[in-house]
Design a protein around this ligand. Sequence first.
Ligand code: ADP
Ligand code: MG
Ligand code: ZN
Length: 646
Amino acid sequence: MEDRKKFSLGYYLIIFSLILFLETIFFSGTAVKEISYSKFKNLIRMNKIQNVIIEPDRIYGLEKGPATEGKTKPDAALSQEQSNFTPHQKHTPWYLDFGELAGKRQQKRDRQFTVVPLKDPQLLQDLQRHDINYRGKIESHWFSHFISDWIIPLGLFFLLWSFIMRRMGKGSNFLSMGKSKAKIYEVDSSQKVSFEDVAGVDEAVEEVKEVVSFLKEPNRYTRLGAKLPKGILLVGPPGTGKTLLARAVAGEAGVPFFSLSGSDFVEMFVGLGAARVRDLFKDAKTKAPCIIFIDELDAVGKSRSQGVYTGSNDERENTLNQLLTEMDGFDPQVGIIIMGATNRPEVLDSALLRPGRFDRQILVDRPDLAGRKEIFKVHTRNLSLNKDVNFHTLAAETPGFAGAEIANVCNEAALLASREGSSTVSHHNFQDAIERVIAGLEKKNRLINPHEREVVAYHESGHAIVGHLTPGADPVQKVSIIPRGIGALGYTLQTPLEDRFLMSRSELLGKIKGLLAGRAAEELVFGEVSTGASNDLEKVADIVRNMLTVYGMSRHAPNLSLVEKNQNPFLGQGPMLQQRSEKLEEIIDEETQEIIRTCYEDAKQILIKEKEKLKDMAHILLEKEKIDEQDILEILGPQAWKKSAN
Ligand code: ADP
Ligand code: MG
Ligand code: ZN
């Protein structure tokens, strides 16, 4: 496609230059000097004109040449001039003649001129008086006019038009401008992607499968009154297989699958993106049950509040609004599921994530050790491997790799093997390939070195242990030391725990202890702290401030709310604090520090008591990179403090 476009662009250029070329040829005959009317009259008066052709909108004239100077019979002069050529023609070759003829022509052209005619009833009398040969002429240079008035403007228009068309995308014309570019995913058996091809992200695959089964058997779910999900959002770092997963859905769902990328909506013409969304949903409704997949959702779904001061993109906003409207506008019973994918959930407009829109999020995270092993297997299926290839070692050597990077490693290894001239890919090829990919990655996102990994393992184990043993701390479901992508961060951001529970003071304190335990564990094991806890500390500061100023939980100034009622929307969000007295401020500062100090001390005590478990857990983490609730229970035993009712 790309090649053909380039070809046709060259085509237009050729045609265009041809037109220009023709134009210069046909116009060269008329490219003569233009003189003013007064000068023209002067020439007549001075008897310097040989003959004149009068057209309605132009007068062409020929000055007398040197040979005919002084002669008054122009016709005779002309014929004499012509007769000059004839003797030569017999003796000289035609091309010399031609040159001579061209030379004469050039001389003649120098004497030609044109004048813009004025209303001058005297003109004919003057011409007659000076015995100048004149005649009228109706037919103009129709051919050159045809070119200059029609062909060139049309050509230019055509060029512009085709340029616009090319910007609009392949195969479209003006009539289909607002039509969506979504293509129904053809189920081409040669490159059909199945769930088998997506490895290492089993939980995400399970969730997606479940959603697909909603579509296939809606009755099973709606019978019990359950609502079908409308939108599911695949969230995760780049290269973890979000697009791949969507393609697997397309291959396996057995329903029409509309697929397009968010950037397709953002068009050069105002209103087109919105039209495209409308069209897409109209199409989808006729094909239901079906799936709409919008890749790179952040391209359309960026928060509308962003860019208020930098000048927002109205076009994108219109598109987003249209998308929201359409998502609200259909009944989930018709069986349309909208899938989105993004690496940057944190920039999405919060309206997109509300119930009834992309209300279900599926985390597609970087794979753990076992997951990487599986992905290695998937991507070496078609390679002939040497017996010495050990997937376990390979997976262990690629912490933090996403699926795309592993695919890259496998490809690179095969290339290295073939460069060596060997018929199979061996283990050392993979190792070389890993080194190459790491070198490339190091520039992009820092990979963790072994010491850092150990620190992280103890830090996370600290959180887990204190969280498990302290009432009120967030229950621990999973601990992982896989380098977190932004995806995971965004994931937790969207479920603010604080608003969901009525929390007691001791529960809040427990939460703080859990948050501080990461750093406490570092201090305990390594004797110093790292920067890894900054996010925890931020959350701690937030909780403590709310305890003292919003919830009135201060010991020294109890039941005092410092929230200002009249919030000024221009001074930022969140509760604005009242002017407080200096003394009150001191009390609160002191108490803040006190709470943090005691919580940290408590966390540390718990960890000292459970030092063995801390070690065990960190070792398991270093080995497996990820442990789930089951493993945690095995190491730590059941949560003693948990009420049976909960
Ligand atoms: P994303 O859309 O999340 O950025 P892609 O789905 O485009 O990532 O992944 C790019 C390529 O990397 C895929 O085509 C596939 O070859 C490989 N890949 C990524 N994740 C996986 C995975 N979980 N299992 C197998 N291959 C994967
Ligand atoms: Mg993608
Ligand atoms: Zn932490």
